[in-house]
Design a protein around this ligand. Structure first.
Ligand SMILES: Nc1ncnc2c1ncn2[C@@H]1O[C@H](COP(=O)(O)OP(=O)(O)OP(=O)(O)O)[C@@H](O)[C@H]1O
Length: 280
């Protein structure tokens, strides 16, 4: 596995406030890494530096071996594809043309689509279960269907790294699982997948590694079974719960109840939870 995203000592300040600091994280080809944490912990802010939607105040962000700032836009799009919560929400195009926009980084200016481009688009549509929607206008689709169009467009870029901000938002249970299973399959195929997820249960069950953010810092990172425990659930997420394992050995998160109105303890708010890292 080779490192495809490397973030070191990342700090981002917005409107004079430091939002994230001391963030170190890596994603290698062939793994799916989940960025998790309570509301406002800085997940989206950290993620946005990877695709240059935000400029770090300090620190380094590398994508496929080069500082992200040194890429031309098109070069970066050949390596890293992004699905944000705003992607493709109201495009006035048929689905297949919207997905074909993902091929732009592989073609010359105004060059027509090649047979390969069309095959890649068809495959991306099939992968997200939208094969039958190719001719529908994106604007006529449901929120969940549009989300899948955005993912298909990112897949059409054939990137090394796929970055997704809350890809399961708007999706029903079936499609949440279908998308996460697809992302796992893409990771098994060699892609690096880095995503934010609110649903810690899904993150635990589907990600190879988790990076847990708390108050803009990394509280813990490593394999879900090494990182998630009763103390972290209580102090970072404000809930009582524990990790169990099913018959196949897959981790399952059991949440019993909220840890009270104060949620994270005063200690945790002051950054009292020590950074724990597991690379196993
Ligand atoms: N432009 C800005 N100026 C000041 N503060 C900001 C700005 N943008 C975001 N923030 C703050 O930064 C913090 C982190 O926001 P961010 O969206 O990164 O968190 P998140 O972990 O993705 O949250 P959520 O789970 O709610 O989506 C929040 O407290 C937010 O209010």
């Amino acid at each position: 596995m080779s490192t495809t995203v490397g973030v070191r000592d990342l700090e981002v300040s917005l409107s004079g406030t430091t939002i994230v600091r001391d963030i170190d994280l890596e994603t290698a080809s062939g793994e799916m890494v989940g960025l998790v944490g309570p509301n406002g912990s800085g997940k989206t802010t950290a993620l946005r530096t990877l695709y240059r939607a935000l400029r770090p105040s300090s620190g380094n962000v590398e994508v496929v071996g080069r500082p992200v700032a040194t890429y031309r836009r098109r070069e970066l799009a050949q390596r890293l594809a992004v699905v944000t919560q705003e992607s493709d929400q109201s495009v006035q195009l048929p689905v297949q043309e919207a997905v074909a926009l993902g091929r732009a980084c592989h073609r010359g200016w105004l060059e027509p689509l090649t047979g390969t481009d069309r095959a890649v688009v068809r495959q991306a549509l099939e992968q997200v279960g939208l094969g039958a929607f190719a001719d529908r206008e994106v604007a006529t689709l449901s929120g969940g269907e549009r989300q899948r169009v955005a993912i298909a467009r990112a897949l059409a870029q054939r990137p090394h790294v796929l970055v997704l901000d809350e890809p399961t938002n708007h999706l029903d249970l079936h499609h949440q699982l279908a998308i996460l299973e697809l992302l796992e399959e893409l990771a098994r195929g060699g892609m690096a997948v880095l995503l934010t997820l609110h649903d810690l249960r899904l993150a635990v069950e589907h990600c190879d590694r988790l990076v847990v953010l708390q108050q803009g810092r990394v509280a813990a990172q490593g394999r879900p079974d090494r990182v998630i425990n009763a103390e972290l659930l209580r102090e970072v997420f404000g809930v009582h719960g524990q990790l169990r394992f099913d018959d196949s050995g897959r981790p399952r998160l059991e949440i019993n109840r909220s840890a009270g109105t104060g949620a994270p303890t005063a200690d945790a708010r002051r950054g009292g939870l020590h950074t724990r890292t597991s690379t196993a």
